[in-house]
Design a protein around this ligand. Structure first.
Ligand SMILES: [Zn+2]
Ligand SMILES: [Zn+2]
Length: 368
């Protein structure tokens, strides 16, 4: 079928809307009509070639929409289901079987190669191949082909135009606190970076019962929002020294948990230095391959941990409905981060997000 997709054709170039031909779903795939798609920082750093993906490709990995066709038999997904799309995994490797699909042995091939296992692309422009399956979806398009394992059915009474960010940014921030760090009630957390992942972590820290919850960032408006979402303290980078401030707030001993959501080595160093001697730092900020960080070795000796986290250690089919339920109960007001843009304004939305003008741009497909 003919669809409209936002193509990434060259490194750093703006997205270009084009009509492309999309395959019918094969067994194990689902055709989804997108209602909304969030723009995540990872879309922009992949567009800018921090991570190599084959071009041209359709990016986008926070899609929400309605299932229009199911390839083959599927017990999990039916035509008409309202769904949120997330990352793909194989379901068969040891890590998938242990309930850790974000660390699937086949994660890179399934989410970044742009092709199926047999090398075929899901889209074409004229006779030229167009790559897809980015994070199991490629949702900067009116329609997406998604592997069944990247699809999570959601209750029908929820607003699909808002739900997309659950599939990456919100699940990454909230999952880091609730699943990966598993912060105990009364534990302290400092979140470095007050973007959509950081603010999601702050909301989750409130749910977990953390105290204090310190949000650290450069953008004053975002820090104000973090405060409204439940941060007990904020630190503006450049105006105050975060490590000293966190130590001050914790009687000089350092904090139980930190989350690094900026991808900046100097900030990761701060996030580790702010821990108490056996605290844990979760790392979710995307940095370019080859980026190095200096840490004080003796500081790690006494039990401090630094651990990378992918997609909040989430099993999307289990965790996304939990997040949606928390939202309905008013405990995860992620809609406060969202600014809606028409699909045709994707480049404006990307610019606004990079300049700090909006926290979580979400494209909607009305009129397409
Ligand atoms: Zn796997
Ligand atoms: Zn993402």
């Amino acid at each position: 079928m003919l669809i409209t997709a936002a193509l990434t054709e060259a490194a750093g170039a703006p997205f270009v809307l084009r009509e492309v031909e999309l395959d019918a779903p094969r067994p194990g795939e689902v055709l989804v009509r997108l209602v909304s798609a969030g723009i995540c920082h990872s879309d922009l750093i992949v567009r800018d070639r921090w991570f190599p993906v084959p071009l041209p490709i359709v990016l986008g990995h926070e899609g929400a929409g309605v299932v229009e066709e199911v390839g083959g038999d599927s017990a999990e997904v039916r035509v008409g289901d309202h769904v949120v799309l997330s990352f793909d995994s194989c379901g068969a490797c040891a890590r998938c079987r242990r309930g850790a699909p974000a660390y699937c042995a086949d994660f890179v091939a399934r989410n970044f190669s742009g092709v199926r296992g047999d090398g075929s692309t899901p889209m074409r422009s004229g006779s030229a191949a167009v790559h897809g399956f980015f994070f199991g979806q490629s949702s900067f398009a009116t329609h997406a082909l998604a592997p069944v394992r990247s699809v999570t059915p959601m209750p029908r009474d929820l607003p699909l135009e808002l739900l997309g960010p659950l599939g990456c940014g919100v699940q990454t921030g909230a999952g880091s606190v609730l699943n990966s760090l598993a912060c105990e009630p009364g534990s302290g957390i400092a979140v470095f970076g007050a973007g959509s992942v950081g603010c999601s972590a702050v909301m989750a820290a409130v749910i977990a019962g953390c105290d204090p919850i310190v949000a650290i960032g450069r953008n004053r408006a975002r820090l104000r929002l973090a405060e409204e979402l439940g941060a007990t303290h904020t630190v503006e980078l450049g105006r105050a020294e975060p490590v000293g401030r966190v130590r001050e707030l914790t009687g000089g001993r350092g904090i139980d948990y930190t989350l690094e959501a900026t991808g900046v080595p100097e900030i990761l160093r701060m996030a580790v230095d702010a821990l108490h001697s056996s605290g844990v730092c979760g790392v979710v900020g995307g940095a370019a391959p080859g980026t190095e960080v200096a840490l004080e070795m003796s500081g790690l000796m006494f039990g401090r941990q630094v651990r990378g986290i992918v997609e909040g250690d989430s099993i999307p089919q289990l965790f996304l409905p939990v997040l949606a339920d928390l939202h309905v109960r008013g405990r995860l007001p992620f809609d406060r981060m969202v600014s809606l843009y028409p699909f045709a304004e994707i480049n404006q939305a990307a610019r606004d997000s990079q300049r700090g003008g909006c926290l979580k741009p979400v494209l909607h497909f009305k009129g397409f």
